[in-house]
Design a protein around this ligand. Structure first.
Ligand code: ZN
Length: 436
């Protein structure tokens, strides 16, 4: 197996466009910087990644429940959370060409583009602002949420009381968040609009460090189950100068992208910072009462915060392979079959002798459980290759033998080996291989 070399990112961008995984947003208008649209194949991959996360975090546990909070929240939330005050990057402007730069990304003290003089550094808030209602003034200013976490904190007691959860327990959420990053880039790695998979785990103060360690291990394990090669994953502990304003301890899970080791997910010990602040700013009692020990306290929070888009990029980068076959290059995405966008492709070998009719029956049956792609024309080799490029784990081919003994061939994406299986056995054959 040959892994692809240095220009892997270019290859992923081009494959994504060619096969309907990811398109540049508003492309017919020249595109808009760092915004991307998921195509017919990409949207399935994205849904499967989110589904796998949701099952692992919510359905397969008894101590976590989900919510889906509004993107637009009361503006006081962002005062309490510290985002209005602290969610900023120091920026300088070029006096000549008026470009804006992040101070920490500048080398030297002049504009890297035109060489002009720079202004003094100013704090630039990363939240997107807009207005609610018809009057565009300060009192109607609202923000697009920069993280989904706050929607969980403000609902802490609603969820705890309605679902009768006892500490320790968690609340999970998947949703969009927005950050007006100055330097987005690397395809879908850093974008201004992105989707998060966040879980906030509420614990008794004093038990937080043990739960922090548990969640670190559990989240690393999840990427292994997703199919990411372990040697491409590592922890990165945050030093004192990297810690966010709310955190007592933080570790990133990093992946080795073609552009270096970068953060995939953050695991944070947020202490009682958020709930205390919301109690202070809202004037509402957000304490938890433990009816066994008769203690009342504000819980500590262990947060696991992953990016959907980053995880998807990781899956693509980790799965991309080029193999030389008969002086030809086979491009194949060796995605974990359980999260593959299309699970099974069905091909009648020829468009005659009743093969399409048999194939359509098989498609109708498999579609009840899996995403199926049906293609009845073109050379069989090219049909296989197109599916390899989007990571379809299996291709079922109906040939003349099928018409006499009701068997089909099943081709494996990774080995290209084919085996004959009775078509009545297909559901059984795929069941444990393709179900999350
Ligand atoms: Zn300049």
């Amino acid at each position: 197996m040959a892994k692809s070399g240095g220009n892997l990112m270019d290859k992923l961008v081009s494959l994504s466009k060619r096969r309907g995984i990811i398109f540049q947003s508003s492309e017919i208008y020249g595109g808009i910087n760092s915004c991307w649209d998921y195509g017919p194949v990409g949207v399935e991959l994205k849904r499967n990644i989110k589904e796998f996360w949701w099952r692992s975090m919510v359905y397969w546990r008894t101590d976590i429940v989900g919510i889906d909070a509004s993107i637009i929240m009361h503006p006081a939330v962002w005062k309490a959370s510290g985002h209005i005050e602290s969610f900023t990057d120091p920026m300088v402007d070029c006096k000549k060409c008026r470009r804006r730069f992040r101070v920490d990304e500048l080398k030297g003290d002049h504009c890297p583009v035109c060489g002009g003089d720079l202004t003094e550094a100013r704090q630039f808030n990363l939240m997107f602002k807009t207005f609610m209602g018809p009057v565009e003034d300060e009192t109607n200013m609202i923000f697009l949420r920069p993280e989904t976490a706050q929607g969980i904190y403000v609902n802490f007691l609603n969820v705890q009381k309605s679902s009768r959860k006892k500490i320790p327990f968690g609340i999970a959420q998947i949703g969009k968040a927005f950050r007006n990053e100055i330097t987005p880039g690397n395809f879908i790695f850093r974008t201004r609009e992105f989707e998060q998979m966040e879980m906030q785990y509420f614990v008794k103060p004093g038990t937080d460090e043990a739960f922090f360690e548990k969640w670190k291990a559990a989240r690393m394990e999840w990427y292994g189950e997703l199919g990411i090669r372990p040697e491409k994953l590592r922890f990165h502990p945050h030093g004192p100068d990297e810690l966010a304003h709310y955190a007592k301890a933080a570790f990133d899970i990093e992946y080795e992208f073609p552009f270096g080791w970068k953060e995939l997910e953050g695991i944070h010990n947020r202490t009682d910072f958020d709930l205390s602040r919301h109690q202070q700013f809202s004037g509402k009692d957000l304490t938890y009462f433990d009816d066994q020990t008769r203690e009342r306290y504000i819980p500590y929070v262990i947060e696991t915060s992953a990016g959907v888009d980053r995880t998807l990029l990781t899956v693509l980068a980790d799965a991309y392979c080029e193999e030389e076959i008969n002086e030809d290059i086979r491009v194949v995405l060796k995605i974990n079959p359980k999260i593959a966008p299309i699970k099974v492709a069905v091909f009648p070998l020829m468009k005659k002798d009743g093969m399409p009719e048999v194939a359509e029956k098989i498609v109708a049956d498999l579609r009840k459980r899996y995403t199926v792609f049906y293609d009845l024309s073109g050379a069989i080799g090219r049909r296989y290759r197109r599916q390899d490029e989007i990571g379809t784990p299996f291709a079922v081919t109906i040939d003349s033998q099928t018409l006499t003994d009701q068997t089909v061939t099943v081709r494996d994406r990774d080995t290209m080996a084919q085996e004959r299986i009775a078509s009545a056995q297909l559901q059984n054959f795929f069941s444990d291989k393709l179900t999350i």
